[in-house]
Design a protein around this ligand. Structure first.
Ligand code: SDX
Length: 431
């Protein structure tokens, strides 16, 4: 029977090393190199981790070639059609879809923790009024560790669970407060009679002086967008949460590291950058100029919302959001929204250009999401905050999996050193 191993040969010494193959339930096998340095004295070199599996996980699976996304084995298309955000959060945290009682208990537990300590409100006043809401979100989420010191006991399963529920419950409240502070409006308390996403919209868009009616179309659209953003394997913000979590720090600090990593325009910041790009392009007649800029290696401009490290096919989430744009614009906005028309035309031109086709650059989750956020009345500088709110429970699920992993250990990558060889100190008089 063929052995499930690979053998590497060091041609400089003729030495051979047989390494086991580690196979998951689906997806590519991994060469287990844990013994490589010990046995062979060699490291592997893989900047950007293009070919590196950093962990084992049972939460999410992405097939980039086929454009497949599974949450605990369920295709995203089926969850998008039949489920809702809080149910999928339960699925990711506990591994199975909840029954009626489990869903009710989970939902009640989340509702019991939606408020934040009143003294936290003064934290926002330390930010300049025009601070980007991601800055205050990152700071306030990290500060939760000072309110719940017991969360530091990460090896206590009950402390882990209550911390997880607090993060899921409070991040919308903190995000909405970040927005309210940035526009000088009073904070709006959570209303637990509302569903999760409706509650967030109410905290962001209502004011104490007026009655505010949640539009069910808007609430459903946000719920769907949040489901699509919930988790995505070992993307850079999730990997940041895992790496910081591997030091044993508390979960609130880990979430703050995830928020900081997500902020970058190459990652979660892309949704905000897409709208800025569309506004800069301004008109269909300018598309070809910007397509050429995106292709020009001497121009730092990239087509934001296009391309993906893993998807070399259409991002299944982008497909769903693109379809949702038609429905939401039809019911809530202007079905001839110029930004949406421009995005559709830009996609059409790019997907007929060999530069993008040959590199398998397709629209990703961030390309169309901003179109919908705008129609919901959410300002551009809150787009990445929305991504962080939706992704936080995914980070929590990954953090929980990492902490309870039997062979969990601190993450500490190595390097290929190219610096100066050992040399002696030279006194100033001799330099
Ligand atoms: C997210 O990992 C995840 O799962 C992330 C995410 C999640 O749910 O967590 O899916 C969310 O972050 C989506 C990605 C959002 N970012 C953007 O939309 C920013 C624009 N995209 C690019 O910056 C880029 O595509 C990345 C960062 C997304 C991927 O970078 P890679 O995998 O390192 O790709 P690459 O830079 O190696 O690109 C390969 C080629 C290069 O050209 P050549 O050297 O082969 O000539 O494609 C080019 C790149 O220059 N290229 C682009 C491009 N993206 C890649 N050229 C123009 N415009 C682009 N957008």
């Amino acid at each position: 029977m063929a052995k499930d191993t690979v053998t590497i040969i060091d041609n400089s010494t003729g030495k051979e090393l047989e390494l086991p193959l580690r196979r998951g339930t689906i997806g590519p096998a991994a060469v287990d190199i844990t013994s490589l340095y010990r046995e062979f004295g060699y490291l592997t070199y893989d900047p950007g981790f293009m070919s590196t599996a950093s962990c084992r996980s049972s939460i999410t699976y992405v097939d980039g070639n086929e454009g497949v996304l599974l949450y605990r084995g369920y295709p995203i298309e089926q969850l998008a059609e039949h489920s809702h955000y809080i149910e999928v959060v339960y699925l990711l945290l506990y591994g199975e879809l909840p029954n009626q009682q489990q869903l009710a208990d989970f939902s009640d537990s989340i509702k019991a923790h939606t408020m934040i300590n009143e003294s936290l409100k003064s934290f926002y006043h330390g930010f300049h009024h025009d601070a980007h809401p991601m800055a205050s979100l990152m700071g306030v989420v990290g500060s939760l560790s000072s309110f719940y010191p017991d969360a530091a006991d990460i090896y206590d399963s009950q402390q882990r669970e209550i911390a997880a529920h607090r993060i899921v419950a409070k991040i919308p409240t903190i995000a909405a407060a970040s927005y309210k502070y940035s526009i000088g409006e009073p904070f709006v308390y959570p209303k637990n009679s509302l569903a999760y996403c409706a509650n967030l919209l109410n905290m962001m868009l209502s004011v104490p002086s007026e009655d505010y009616e949640i539009n069910p179309v808007a609430a459903k659209a946000l719920d769907l967008i949040f489901m699509l953003h919930l988790d995505h394997e070992q993307n850079v913000s999730t990997s940041t949460v895992r790496l910081s979590g591997s030091t044993g720090t508390n979960p609130f600090a880990c979430m703050a590291t995830g928020i900081s990593a997500l902020w970058g325009p190459a990652h979660g910041g892309a949704n905000e950058a897409v709208l800025t790009m569309l506004e800069e392009i301004g008109d269909v007649k300018n598309i070809s100029k910007y397509i050429e800029k995106a292709k020009d290696k001497n121009d730092p401009f990239r087509l934001m919302g296009f391309g993906h490290r893993v998807y070399k096919n259409y991002d299944p989430r982008a497909k769903i959001i693109r379809k949702m744009c038609y429905e939401v614009l039809d019911k809530l906005g202007d079905s001839s929204d110029p930004m949406f028309e421009l995005a559709l035309k830009l996609e059409e031109v790019a997907l007929n250009d060999d530069y993008f086709v040959s590199r398998k650059l397709y629209p990703n989750v961030d390309f169309y999401s901003g179109i919908i956020y705008r129609v919901l009345g959410i300002p551009t500088n809150m787009f990445t905050v929305m991504f962080a709110v939706a992704r936080a429970p995914g980070w929590v699920a990954q953090w929980l999996e990492m902490i309870t992993e039997p062979d969990q250990r601190i993450g500490r990558p190595r390097q290929v050193y190219e610096g100066a060889k050992p040399r002696d100190y030279l006194p100033l008089s001799k330099r």
